[in-house]
Design a protein around this ligand. Structure first.
Ligand code: ATP
Ligand code: MG
Length: 297
């Protein structure tokens, strides 16, 4: 039923400096399935950001394989990776990383345009719907400097989710927020996972985030360990299912996915991308659409 969104196979990472060799990751095996919300914890310096960069194709492992949405990205060239990243992987960083002289709408449109799949009009339509999803309707034409930290992080989340990536990777997404904004952003993250079925991986050293997770991991000594889910958590997840407004959200999502499906089919017929990659994405999209249609029926 559920497909693998992200697979790390025996990933090792060694950093070499002039004086020493640090083995940060010593053989990480991790499989995240579609629809999961994984929280990976570990102390400062344990290799969380390293792991996330490798999972997202921003850095190469010293050894091992990285598979995102069924596509092995380990040996891809920088050029291929850039395209794949734009479509299959969303990043959210501690410091938002929005383009200062782009409006909120333009920030969310940017990765969509970069995929080369969407027309300007389609990108604007998807972006404005995504901003609505994260609760920023009416803020489309503001620049990052005119938004609060929490609002900026929501723009960053909308930007990461807009291309419908196989997985969204978040590195300390609430690290620069005050407590209230952090709670609001985390509520949004949980809701996006629940209502949209978006696969999300968060790395953090804050154990409170494990409350959000459907799966929890620890990194220690270069290895990763899974923490079995507690009963309380399982109960809380059940309670969260079918939250308010989720129906509208689902139909909003469905209409976005249909725009994407059309764009992808167009891309496939023009042969603008690797047919294997397109086919995997079409399948993933069709699965999402039929899942949503079932939920809405
Ligand atoms: N480019 C690099 N060259 C050499 N060593 C590095 C490099 N990047 C990271 N390291 C080392 O790798 C280890 C893991 O770093 P990483 O940033 O992944 O940790 P982290 O778990 O994200 O920590 P934090 O919670 O502080 O963000 C650290 O010891 C760090 O010094
Ligand atoms: Mg880090």
């Amino acid at each position: 039923m559920s497909e693998e969104a992200l697979v790390l196979k025996d990933v090792k990472k060694v950093y070499r400096t002039q004086t020493e060799e640090v083995q940060v990751l010593k053989g990480i095996n991790l499989t995240i399935r579609e629809g999961e919300l994984a929280v990976i914890m570990g102390p400062s310096g344990s290799g969380k950001s390293t792991l996330l960069s490798i999972a997202g194709g921003l850095d190469k492992p010293t050894e091992g394989r990285v598979v995102v949405g069924g596509v092995d990205i380990t040996d891809m060239s920088e050029e291929e990776l850039a395209k794949i990243r734009a479509r299959k992987i969303g990043f959210v960083f501690q410091s938002f990383n929005l383009v200062r002289n782009f409006t909120a709408l333009e920030n969310v449109m940017a990765p969509l345009i970069f995929t080369g799949l969407y027309t300007w009009k389609e990108a604007a339509e998807i972006a404005s719907k995504m901003l609505e999803v994260v609760g920023l309707k009416g803020h489309e034409h503001k620049f990052p400097g005119q938004l609060s930290g929490g609002q900026q992080q929501r723009v960053a989340i909308a930007r990461a989710l807009a291309p419908g990536p196989d997985v969204v990777l978040m590195d300390e997404p609430t690290g620069s927020l005050d407590v209230d904004s952090a709670v609001r952003v985390l509520g949004l993250v949980k809701w996006l996972n629940e209502a949209l079925g978006q696969t999300i991986v968060i790395v953090t050293h804050n154990p409170e985030l494990s409350e959000l997770a459907t799966r929890t991991f620890y990194i220690r000594g270069g290895l990763i360990y899974e923490q079995p889910p507690g009963q309380i958590l399982a109960e809380r997840i059940k309670e969260l299912k079918g939250g308010a407004g989720s129906r509208e959200l689902k139909s909003l999502q469905l209409s976005m996915l249909k725009v994407k499906l059309e764009a992808l089919e167009r891309a496939a017929s023009r042969g603008v991308a690797d047919p294997g990659v397109i086919e995997a994405e079409l399948k993933a999209l069709e699965r999402r659409i039929s899942r949503l249609e079932k939920l809405l029926a």
